[in-house]
Write a new protein. Structure first.
Length: 367
């Protein structure tokens, strides 16, 4: 079993991201290797679809390693990403008497990971969490970095905490049961890494553009490279700026306007990755209008987003509603919306001087 390890080198509590086929079989042993003793209580949080495919394997691995594990199945659509659902995890933690030395394992996509992580962050003022992502989006982005939380009716991820996992375990074979639409949505985050700082990764994606929209056509070695390079990119930024004081904000490329799409269209109308792809196209148009990058750069970005099978047309949203929603974004500072804008393939900058007229014009260009 060939497992690759990326280290997230945080000063206080560094942790590994372990990537490789059949990694899920090693879950229990990996946790014991972190220093958790036999008999430690583990709450495995997942959703019904993931539980049907991988729940038994995960639970068996935990039990075989001597851990006292039980499973909680929750609803995990974007519209269920609420304090009420986290409350169900808290109820299970209480019912199963989780202690400060216990841990929660999140088995699923980004929604499961965000909610299980937030539950761990808030139960007994913080217990350990292990992230086992089963979607491409969670593997390359959501599971790494310690951002946890839930949505508020006024905006996405407004309620949450930074709570780093003790381990991220990525098994690419779990993508085999992922719906194609979910796979394509995950590719948006991969493309993001290429645009913000890894031109070589973007070139790899362009070279295989005919195969990007489907897991079945994507070469296995490219998938492994995507997972490793994306994890390494995220780990590097998180290690340099754990709590998003500066550099880490570049990871929000495409997210500022993407979150607007999710909020105004209703959570679940667009998958998160689909909305991020639209947000990247809109940010590219803003950069073009401000003279920060070229039309050919925007064309390259658009072509690879299209090749991944992602939506290209900005939805029919009232521009005034978009501008109002932007003001509720987490990244607003002193009333100014901060945009991550590309300045070329492989580089971005953070700007708070984007005019309303420029935003309106960019959205019109994306429609």
């Amino acid at each position: 079993m060939d497992l690759q390890t990326i280290r997230v080198e945080l000063q206080a509590a560094p942790y590994p991201v372990i990537i490789g086929s059949a990694a899920l079989l090693t879950l229990g042993d990996q946790i014991r290797g972190l220093g958790f003793k036999a008999g430690t209580k583990v709450l495995l949080v997942t959703n019904a679809v993931v539980e049907a495919h991988y729940g038994a394997t995960a639970l068996q691995s935990l039990s075989k390693a001597g851990l006292d594990a039980s499973t909680l199945v929750i609803e995990a659509g974007e519209d269920q990403k609420t304090p009420a659902t986290v409350g169900l995890i808290h109820d299970a933690a209480f019912g199963r008497r989780l202690e400060r030395g216990s841990l929660i394992v999140a088995l699923g996509g980004g929604v499961v990971g965000d909610m299980a992580g937030f539950a761990a962050a808030t139960w007994l003022r913080g217990i350990a969490v292990v992230q086992v992502p089963t979607t491409l989006l969670a593997m390359v982005d959501a599971a790494i970095g310690g951002k946890t939380g839930v949505n508020h009716p006024g905006g996405k991820n407004l309620i949450g905490a930074f709570h780093q996992p003790r381990l991220v375990l990525i098994d690419p074979s779990s993508l085999g049961t992922l719906p194609e639409r979910e796979f394509r949505a995950g590719m948006a985050e991969v493309i993001k890494y290429g645009v913000i700082g890894d031109p070589e990764l973007l070139a790899d994606l362009e070279a295989c553009r005919a195969q990007l929209a489907s897991l079945t056509s994507l070469p296995a070695e490219l998938l492994q490279r995507i997972l490793v390079r994306s994890a390494a990119a995220k780990a590097k930024v998180v290690a340099a700026d754990e709590h998003e004081g500066g550099l880490r904000a570049i990871l929000n490329y495409g997210h500022t306007l993407g979150h607007v799409v999710e909020t105004l269209c209703g959570y679940g109308t667009y998958l998160h990755g689909e909305a991020v792809g639209l947000g990247m196209l809109a940010a590219g148009e803003i950069s073009l209008a401000m003279g920060l990058w070229s039309a050919s750069d925007q064309a390259r970005q658009r072509a690879v987003i299209a090749a991944a099978g992602l939506p290209l047309a900005w939805p029919a949203l009232d521009p005034d509603a978009v501008l109002a929603c932007l003001q509720g974004d987490k990244k607003v500072r002193e009333g100014q919306v901060r945009f991550v804008l590309p300045t070329g393939i492989g580089s971005v900058e953070i700007r708070s001087d984007v005019s309303e007229a420029t935003i309106r014009s960019a959205l019109a260009s994306c429609a």
